[in-house]
Design a protein around this ligand. Sequence first.
Ligand code: C2E
Ligand code: MG
Ligand code: MG
Length: 559
Amino acid sequence: MNKQISFDDLCTIIDLTSSTMDNYMFVCDLVNHFHFYISKTATERFVFDNHDIEDFSKAISQFVYPDDLPALVQDMKESVLDPSKNSHNMIYRWLDKNNRPIWINCRGILVKDEKTRPLYLVGCINEIGVKPKADNVSGLLRDTSLLTYLNGVDNVHLEGYILRIGVDDLRGINARLGMEYGDRVLRIIAKCINNCLKNGECFYRIDGDEFIILNLHDPKIDNAILLFNSIQNEVESYMERNHYEVVFSVSCGILSSEDIEDYSYSNIMKLSEFALTQAKTHGKNTCSIFNRKKYQNSLKERALLIELRKAVDDNFRNFDIYYQPLYNQDHSIYGAEALLRFYSLEFGYVSPSIIIPILEETGLILPIGNWVIEKALTTCKNMQQYIPGFKVSINISYVQVLKIDIVKEFLSVMKELDLSPTNVIVELTESGYLESNYRHLQTWQRLKEAGISLALDDFGTGYANFHYLDELKPNIIKIDRSFVNRAMDNDFEYALLKNLSKLSKELDLNLCIEGIETKEECSKILQLKPTYCQGYYFGKPYPYDVFKQLYLGDLCMIK
Ligand code: C2E
Ligand code: MG
Ligand code: MG
């Protein structure tokens, strides 16, 4: 090492070069109180404000992540004191401007005098957590470069479009054919896209399996769709030319400049991700144009989820259960269906058809489901004082069946309340799950063995397999209001309902027709002689106190 070079010379070199690099050069004077000098750009990134630090040994506790301090001190002692060592090379963490730990690799060499005494440690700090600016797989610039590009964009006069393209099921390709094959697919797609681009269109590789194309000078959204179609064609013809050696497709989310008020990187990524996710959920190999209303609904769902979580943590605050009366053929009440209600502080009452899917997706249905079971069974027990034999019908989600032992839950609450299983009905929605999923079948069987009645809810709305009526033998089939609606204005649908009613009698199953709203509907439905009826005509869902007042004693007979 050149021992004549001075500390000040090294500082000058650092000053001269700091703007030409992303990492940070430094020098530490080991003779004079560990005087530490680093590239000025480091002050924009790390917690310290001054790049000229008089005594490194005193200052390190302020900017080195506390957990890593003992190891650093030890390493410094060994590097500096051990004459056989010539360098320092350590990976540890510094604190950024927000006091968050940032991984760095600090590498330095020791400049020694003629007696091999160390004078300076000179080296470079590299942030090792940062993303590279380019991608060697696709040969494209990466999202970090997109960020730099967008930072320089003038928001006001832009008219154009952005396409976010994702490879469909790259994870599956990786799993089946290996990561290298997946990389090859990414390379091919990048090439196909490149072949379709015009001058002035920018193209970047985004994390994972995605790409972004920007054209900020063409206001015609139709051209964005045409571009995507040409990419699809290019991909297809590549596969054809290669005799379908690999088969893959792409989906695309499109943003137009009208949708973008703010061209910040984070906003563009947020909106384009939403559009691409829409395309993927619509079956893949397709494109979806950003829809602000749908996006706002998804934001509403997110806000609702936060509220739902808080409400669950806060002892089920703002949740309630309403009870809708269930009637026998002779117009006497035999029980009630327990229906979940949620009052949102931001949106008011929110329908269960909106909240149940959110609860299912997040697993919150598990604590809420248990809460419903406990509350509804308690209500059932209380109601028996007024209406002997009163039954409660409880909706159970497939997520509850898959994730917890609901039979155990029912049995333990029933035992605690001394409630007979003959007073309990469990409603499960008709779906392919019931027929094919082992856990569903097992739960169904165990509920039956426990003496609990089973109702097949929403019958006739989606998946309908008449075979399993005989195999599963539910105690009740519940016909959804949508079916009833259709049967009211359509002779064919009415005949279908009539035959279903006949079939259920032959199979010895009880039919409950839901959603009867008017007198006319009621008289037409009653001609089919269903075992049970339910609907606004008979009674709406009410809070427990109101239900109790309305349906006690004489009031429980519809006149
Ligand atoms: P579902 O189990 O089929 O419940 C019947 C739905 O029809 C209820 O809607 C009820 O208020 C409504 N309804 C009853 N009679 C009439 C009528 O005459 N006309 C009209 N237009 N509607 C009528 P709700 O309370 O909005 O619940 C919707 C769905 O949410 C339920 O359908 C059920 O699948 C689900 N759900 C409700 N509570 C729970 C719960 O605690 N757990 C689970 N997993 N799902 C629940
Ligand atoms: Mg139901
Ligand atoms: Mg139903």
